[in-house]
Every structure is written in C-alpha cells, then in structure tokens.
Design a binder for this molecule. Structure first.
Ligand SMILES: NC(=O)C1=CN([C@@H]2O[C@H](COP(=O)(O)OP(=O)(O)OC[C@H]3O[C@@H](n4cnc5c(N)ncnc54)[C@H](OP(=O)(O)O)[C@@H]3O)[C@@H](O)[C@H]2O)[C@@H](O)CC1
Ligand SMILES: Nc1ncnc2c1ncn2[C@@H]1O[C@H](COP(=O)(O)OP(=O)(O)O)[C@@H](O)[C@H]1O
Length: 281
C-alpha cells in the first residue's frame, strides 16, 4: 500500500505553468501536436483529440493518416493539417517533427497499432497514449514500458488500465494501483472515471473530482487526451498538463451539462480559456 493521499485538483496547482503565448510568439513556438489516425472507418475519435489540441493552443496540429484514410480526414479538416504515412519509418519521421504525438483513439486493435505506437515513442519528444495504443499491449506491457524514452502520458479508462496492469486491481485501492502503475511504467497516468486520478512516476498524485456525469459520452476521453497533448506540445510538464486537462475537461462538462456531446467540448474551450487568461498572475 502507498498510504498516500491524493491532492485535490485545482487551477492553483498548474495555472502558473500554463503555456500562454508571448507577444512575439509565432505558431512554431506554440508547439506542434501530431495525432495518429486509424483506418478510414474509424477516424472520428482522433479528430476529436486533434481539434481539442488545437483549441487548447498548440500552434500546429497534424493528423498523421494512413493513405486509405487521407481523403476522409482531409475532407473533415481545415485548420488541422493532414499528412500521409505509409509505414513505421515515415510515421517516426513525422513524429520527430512534433513536440508531442498522440496515438490510440480509433487506432484499431491491429498489429499496426503496436508498431505505430512504438514508432511514436521512438520519434516524438513526448507522447500521449490512449485507448487502442494501450489495449494492444495487454499481452506484452513490459515491451511498451521499455519503449518509453521521454515524457509519456497514458490516459486509460478502467477497462484499459486492467488490460495493461492486470496485477494492480482498480476495484480496491485505486490510489495505490495508479501510483504503482505510474512507477512501473515510467509514464504519467490519468486513471479516468467519475473521479480521475493523476499519478507521476516521481510520486506526485492528484485527484480530480471537478467533473460532470454528462462527460460519460462517446469521444469525451478522446478530447481529454487531445487537451493534454496540446498542452504538452506547448512544453507543459506531462503531470501538470494531465492535471490541467482533467480540470478543464471537467469544467467544460459542468458548463455544458445535459445534451453534451464530445464535439461540444473543444468548441466550449475558448470561453473558459478567456477566463483563465484573465485570471493569470
Ligand atoms: N467517435 C469515435 O470514433 C469514437 C471511437 N472510440 C474508439 O473506440 C474504440 C474502443 O474504445 P472503448 O473505450 O469504447 O472500448 P474498449 O477499449 O473495448 O473498452 C470497453 C470495455 O472496457 C470496460 N470498461 C471498464 N471500465 C470502463 C470505463 N470506465 N469506461 C469504458 N469502458 C470500461 C468495459 O468492459 P467490462 O469491464 O464491462 O467487461 C467495456 O465494455 C477505441 O479505439 C476508442 O478510441 C471511442 O473513443 C468512442 C468515440
Ligand atoms: N460519471 C462521470 N463523471 C465524471 N466524468 C466522467 C464520468 N464518466 C466518464 N467521465 C469522464 O469522461 C471521459 C470518458 O473517457 P473514455 O471512457 O475514454 O471515453 P471515450 O473512449 O468514449 O472517449 C473520461 O475523462 C472520464 O473521466
């Protein structure tokens, strides 16, 4: 047991590290987020992440798309860019040009997702792994953990957490489970749920209860991953970005309430960001 108490999440924990642009900032200074698309039939999830990353302030967001999904991605996107990759080497080369690359939402339960996830961890300066990028390592979690070179954030829901940390029961002491998981893997972890826990390998631990049950809707977690990735692309520490993303995501859920769908979340960000910007010290 860790006997560790989680610190309640609040803007005071991360507001001073929020990456606001300077007067002279240009888009390249504001960071480049890459988001890896799945196949043509499942591109929506990662587009939600990309949109959230752009809204939260990344200067550039590019969808890295397999050739067969380029048309569907390009026909949906305007400010988000689309680049094709045909193999792991070309994906790695694209990820190398980002400050953060996100993979997993809608990636698909295929061997390609394993290879692409490893390429992202090798190429990108930092990485966010969600959904299928975690699930696909359920038979070989150590292979995933060994591939982490830089800051990495995992954003599992409980089902995904159980798959890659089968020895750490989340049905019991969640704080203990997520703390150990973070140390075991070397990644910052958001264990999502009605209350979300954020753990860092260095022992930091925060609990976010600032949220709404209306966030329990398809694609909401994809947006959370995109917010965190967008902040990491702008240079925010992975743990601070994870805490900030949980709070902001929760606040959006509280504001939007009944009728909320995932697409609403990135579009509601500007009003909230205006308030945080005005409140900065
Ligand atoms: N718009 C789009 O394109 C969208 C596409 N999406 C994409 O779909 C793919 C599949 O993702 P997914 O999360 O829906 O399914 P999956 O990984 O099979 O896990 C489901 C199983 O896990 C368990 N479980 C336990 N606790 C849980 C919890 N708190 N929350 C949820 N599940 C929990 C539970 O099983 P049980 O514990 O009941 O046995 C449950 O049956 C993935 O690529 C994702 O990105 C989505 O993002 C939606 C929007
Ligand atoms: N009852 C709830 N109260 C508050 N937040 C919730 C609740 N249920 C789910 N959430 C949040 O909604 C998001 C759901 O993410 P996830 O399960 O990955 O869905 P998806 O894969 O559809 O994006 C998480 O951020 C989670 O913390």
């Amino acid at each position: 047991m860790t006997n560790q108490a989680a610190v309640p999440n609040s803007p005071s924990l991360w507001m001073n590290s929020w990456p606001w642009p300077d007067r002279d900032s240009h888009k390249h200074v504001r960071g480049h987020l890459g988001c890896v698309s799945g196949p043509a039939s499942s591109t929506g999830a990662v587009r939600l992440s990309a949109r959230a990353g752009l809204r939260v302030g990344a200067g550039l967001v590019t969808l890295f798309s397999p050739p067969g999904a380029v048309l569907v991605n390009a026909s949906h996107e305007t400010a988000v860019m689309v680049k094709s990759f045909s193999d792991v080497e070309s994906l790695k080369a694209l990820a190398c040009r980002t400050q953060c690359t996100l993979i997993g939402p809608g990636a698909g339960l295929t061997r390609d997702t394993i290879d692409n996830t490893l390429a992202v961890l090798e190429g990108a300066a930092s990485a966010v792994l969600d959904a299928d990028a975690l699930t696909m390592f359920k038979e070989q979690p150590q292979r995933l953990f060994s591939a982490i070179k830089g800051p990495a954030l995992f954003t599992p829901h409980e089902g995904e957490f159980r798959r890659i940390f089968p020895d750490l029961p989340v049905s019991g002491d969640r704080v203990d489970a997520v703390s150990k998981a973070s140390k075991q893997s070397g990644a910052v972890i958001i264990l999502k749920g009605a209350s979300s826990l954020v753990a860092s390998p260095d022992g930091r631990l925060v609990e976010n209860t600032h949220a709404s049950p209306f966030l329990a809707t398809a694609g909401s977690g994809d947006v959370l991953a995109g917010i965190a990735g967008g902040l990491m692309a702008q240079g925010m520490d992975a743990f601070d970005a994870a805490c900030a993303a949980c709070w902001v995501h929760g606040e959006l859920g509280l504001r939007l309430g009944p009728g909320l769908i995932a697409e609403d979340l990135p579009e509601a960000l500007p009003a909230l960001l205006h308030e945080l910007y005005a409140a900065r010290t």
